[in-house]
Ligand binder design. Structure first.
Ligand code: 5GP
Ligand code: ZN
Length: 138
């Protein structure tokens, strides 16, 4: 199931070391090697799946229960005020490792790490048109 050319498959297989914080049948969670803040953790699904929307639903079912648990532990252990939970999908969204993973990033009030994202206003009818297109794909 693992791929030799995938760094996260190799970590899951035990071929490359990591600083592990949690493991079950569905996920492995370990500290990011290039953290944004202390305790920055990656929750990685075990099968090699590139995008969140590529896998079978059971891949994500196992992930769901672990993700909240790990995020809560990270916040508590680091004494953070909150956390961001992010999943980058595709290069345009900043995905560098093509194996589904969630970043748990501890945040402190006014840490200035990154600001809230910019926003715009929909043109009349645009929101409903986009929502309709999404509904048709579900
Ligand atoms: P992405 O941009 O794909 O969402 O994030 C990939 C993350 O994986 C980066 O934050 C990067 O620091 C982390 N990373 C890449 N290679 C390794 C590694 O070998 N070990 C660990 N612990 N983290 C890694
Ligand atoms: Zn992989």
């Amino acid at each position: 199931m693992g791929r030799d050319d995938c760094i996260f498959c190799r970590i899951i297989a035990g071929q490359i070391p990591c600083t592990k914080v949690y493991e079950d049948d569905a996920v492995l969670a370990f500290l990011d090697i290039g953290p944004i803040s202390p305790g920055h953790t990656l929750v990685v699904v075990k099968p090699h799946v590139r995008h969140l929307y590529d896998g079978d639903s059971d891949v994500l079912e196992g992930l769901g229960s672990a993700l909240g648990r790990v995020a809560g532990a990270v916040v508590e252990a680091t004494g953070a005020d909150g956390c961001n939970v992010l999943c980058n999908n595709g290069r345009a969204a900043g995905q560098l490792v093509d194996h589904v993973h969630f970043h748990v990033i501890p945040r402190r009030q006014d840490d200035g790490l990154f600001p809230h994202w910019p926003k715009f206003e929909y043109e009349p009818g645009q929101a409903e048109a986009i929502a309709q297109s999404i509904r048709e794909k579900l």
